[in-house]
Design a binder for this molecule. Structure first.
Ligand code: ATP
Ligand code: MG
Length: 332
């Protein structure tokens, strides 16, 4: 039986008596899973995380984190969790290792243990060689990797990652995914992840909640959410068009569109189930295919379905601008 490690109970945050950032939020996160929170700018992701890590107090409801109530036992919660915030926090005038040792001290990790943890973690994210260089000489990807392990110096059971790859280029981002997976499997930590990159959530999260206006719109595994759209697309090019129309009668077929040049686009509830039926149909009707592709909906399409916006439309500005702001903050 999977144990619940985080449970929010009508968690609510109203800023300044009027901005309802999080509204009666109910989430249940299982021990050891990577759980994604997706949503447009201002959806309430960071506010939710800030309450769960006891940086800010809820104005209503509560949450149980690792067995402790965030409103009653924040110190116990803090000992169990690690946090990698949206902005850079490492001190640029210290080395990677010095940053780790400094944060270990905040958590009262004994020095020998801290040194050992730093060594293991630096190795885990391939920063051994750069460990004793000043952080100001690090690339964006190296900084993010350092931030990731700084959140782990005190062996937390739960790790919060707020936009871990924001502003990184695609290649560096996919590298980060491997490190996050390694951390989850080797250190057996539960990870709560927010991201604007839905392919990141798709790749990493066992389950995801799409939130908007501080409320959960839908929760499930990425595969479940994609299946909920009932919109797999099978594209066929036939040797000739005759009979394509009658494909509508095949069980599970939602729509058949003639794309011209003997191509048809068939929308089905579930491609895994419909594909064999379509192939049987083709051979029974003495048709032959010259091309066949299957396309499943992406999480971006799920997002569009439930929020009514694409994630790019929902974003106020571009990632580069956000990164520039983060970098500037980090330098101050
Ligand atoms: N300290 C604050 N005071 C007042 N309003 C705030 C504060 N922090 C956040 N808000 C507002 O609360 C809402 C939720 O913001 P939050 O930062 O939690 O969203 P988010 O989902 O993390 O967004 P992003 O994708 O931009 O990081 C927004 O309307 C935001 O303007
Ligand atoms: Mg945020």
């Amino acid at each position: 039986m999977e144990r619940t490690i985080i449970e929010t109970k009508n968690l609510t945050k109203i800023y300044n008596g009027k901005i309802r950032a999080v509204a009666d939020l109910n989430l249940e996160i299982k021990e050891g899973e990577i759980y994604g929170l997706a949503g447009p700018n201002g959806a309430g992701k960071t506010t939710t995380i800030n309450m769960l890590i006891t940086r800010i107090s809820p104005t209503g409801g509560t949450a149980i984190v690792g067995g402790y109530d965030i409103t009653k036992n924040s110190l116990a919660v803090r000992r169990l969790i690690g946090v990698v915030p949206q902005d850079f926090t490492a001190d640029e005038d210290l080395t990677g290792r010095e940053n780790m040792m400094m944060v270990s001290q905040f958590y009262d990790v004994p020095k020998a243990k801290a040194q050992e943890n730093a060594k293991t973690l630096l190795k885990l994210v391939d920063l051994e060689e750069a460990a004793d260089r000043l952080v100001r000489t690090y690339s964006g990807g190296m900084r993010k990797r350092l931030e990731l392990i700084i959140g782990l110096v005190h062996d937390p059971k739960i790790l919060f990652l707020d936009e871990p790859t924001l502003g990184l280029d695609v290649q560096t981002r996919t590298q980060m995914w491997d490190y996050v997976k390694q951390i989850q499997s080797r250190l057996n930590v539960t990870i709560i992840l927010t991201s604007h990159y839905l392919e990141e959530i798709d790749e990493l999260a066992a389950r995801v909640s799409i939130i908007d206006h501080g409320k959960v719109l839908i929760t499930g595994s990425p595969a479940e959410l994609k299946e909920s759209l009932k919109g797999d697309i099978i594209s066929l090019t036939l040797s000739d068009q005759k009979g394509a129309d009658t494909m509508k009668t095949i069980q599970g077929v939602v729509e058949v569109t003639d794309m011209g040049s003997n191509s048809v686009r068939i929308k089905v509830v579930n491609a895994d189930e419909s594909l064999p039926k379509i192939i049987n149909f083709i051979s029974q009707h003495a048709l032959s295919t010259t091309k066949l592709t299957v396309q499943k909906p992406t999480l971006d399409e799920v997002f569009l379905e439930y929020t009514g916006r694409t994630i790019r439309e929902a974003e106020g500005g571009d990632d580069a601008r956000k990164l520039a702001i983060n970098m500037r903050r980090a330098r101050q």
